[in-house]
Design a protein around this ligand. Structure first.
Ligand code: LLP
Length: 434
């Protein structure tokens, strides 16, 4: 349970709201986000990252949870946002976000996506592919614009997390190789380009990380690159982006405070700048998961229950892998509770399964302690705010559930539940089949 969850009477409460009432009012399945939690994470981050260096930036990685309301919340809190597709960019623009608050990442940005980003005038484009500089230049030429860029490199640092979410190792689809014979001619081209303003480097190691060491190792690699760039071309980088990655609590993991990662990184950069007489670059971080994961709660209603005697007790919910694909993709583990009987002991071992035509991959929580769920009970699953809604899909033509934002007892829609009509609105029956 996180800072805004509490058990009052028989029910689970979340940011001042009775979750059983939320389920009644808004229906299930439902994604619930606590504004109090998100705002306090951002405040903690600003305290260690922006306060000592006001030029530093936080760019919330929107891929963790993306909707117009979330962009607006970030803008209201004064932070930038990292987008990775034309769709995320479009969502931000439709929310009325100032494009000068958007950083554009991604390993294969499409020409039309880059064109939109350059036309809007995003704050930074992070080059992440060999051909991207040329593509950006041709678009800038066509539009008569200049754009600000960073270059993402693979620092070749290993991290300890699920293999699918490691990105900073040498063998990665992301980033440019840092072999000197490749990277320096590329950097030189960027410095000399009449269409881009080159600011510096970017790396991202991976996600759900608990150790600061890889951040420090990768920072050291970047500082060396910055030093070599100055030596070779007399160019001083004025930015360094260290990506996202800080880990969160799903079950018993001890979530480190932001300071654990970011103080030593800033100290390392400071020490380098002092020793090398290098102006302190503006530092950018791009956390996604750690801003929204624990602020998210999913609510479901129990339908069928089943006991396989001597083997397993199942409770089937009105959602499943389409609204949270992380257990299927990464073997991700979550904690849950029977929200309407939250005061009862969790004295049974229960598997919370979905309603999809899949077996083991459609289990949101496997063999975990619960009060035995009954038909009609509300199940709450904790720490579901990151990469849940944003990775939701329509498998088995289940509509994507709605999202509400709660704060101190108040609840509002943030995303309305998808309807069946909306789900079929792009379907066309070919003439030849009529
Ligand atoms: N910056 C870049 C360039 C990234 O690729 C990512 C995440 C982030 C920032 C944010 O990282 P975070 O702070 O959230 O760890 N779907 C997976 C996670 C994929 C992360 C991809 N990149 C999951 O559900 O675990």
């Amino acid at each position: 349970m996180n800072m805004v969850s509490e058990i009052k009477g028989k029910h689970l409460w979340f940011d001042g709201c009775d979750t059983v009432e939320l389920a009644k009012e808004f229906g299930t399945p439902l994604y619930v986000y606590s504004k109090t939690d998100i705002v306090s994470r951002i405040a903690e981050l600003k305290e260690c990252w922006i306060k000592p260096y006001p030029k530093n930036r936080i760019a919330y990685a929107a891929k963790a949870f993306c909707c117009m309301g979330m962009y607006k919340l970030c803008e209201n809190e004064g932070i930038s946002m990292d987008v990775v597709s034309g769709g995320e960019l479009y969502t931000a623009m439709k929310a009325g976000i100032n494009p000068a608050k958007l950083e554009f990442n991604g390993n294969n940005k499409l020409p039309k996506e880059l064109e939109a980003a350059i036309d809007y005038g995003v704050e930074r484009i992070v080059i992440d592919g060999v051909q991207e500089l040329e593509l950006i230049e041709s678009i800038c030429k066509k539009l008569g614009k200049k754009t600000d860029i960073l270059i993402r490199v693979t620092p070749c640092v290993e991290v300890d997390t699920h293999d699918f979410i490691v990105t900073g190792r040498k063998d990665s689809k992301f980033g440019l190789n840092i072999e000197p014979e490749f990277i320096f001619p590329y950097v030189k081209r960027a410095i000399d380009s009449e269409y881009v303003n080159f600011h510096g480097f970017h790396f991202h190691l991976g996600s759900q990380l608990f150790d600061v060491k890889p951040f420090l190792d990768a920072t050291a690699v970047m500082l060396q690159l910055m030093k070599d760039t100055r030596e070779k071309f007399g160019f001083v980088c004025d930015e360094l982006n260290i990506g996202g990655g800080p880990g969160v609590t799903y079950i018993n993991e001890e979530r480190p405070p932001y300071r654990y990662f970011y103080d030593p990184v800033l100290e390392k950069v400071e020490a380098f700048c002092k020793a090398e007489d290098y102006p302190m670059p503006a530092m950018i971080c791009e956390p996604g998961r750690s801003i929204v994961a624990e602020a998210g709660l999913q609510l479901y209603t129990v339908g069928m229950t089943k006991e396989v005697i001597g083997i397993r007790k199942y409770a089937a919910i009105d959602g499943g892998m389409p609204d949270n694909i992380r257990p299927a993709l990464y073997g991700a583990k979550y904690k849950g509770i029977v929200a309407n009987r939250a005061d009862e002991p969790a004295d049974e071992t229960v598997t919370i399964c979905g309603k999809c035509c899949e077996g083991d991959s459609d289990m949101i929580i496997k063999d975990a302690p619960f009060a035995m769920p009954k038909t009609g009970d509300i199940i709450a699953v904790f720490s579901t705010g990151a990469y849940g809604y944003s990775m939701a899909n329509n498998y088995n033509r289940n509509p994507i559930p709605g999202v509400i934002l709660v704060e101190k007892g108040k609840a509002e829609w943030m995303v309305k539940p998808q309807t069946y009509e909306q789900m079929i609105c792009c379907d066309v029956i070919p003439e030849s089949l009529k």
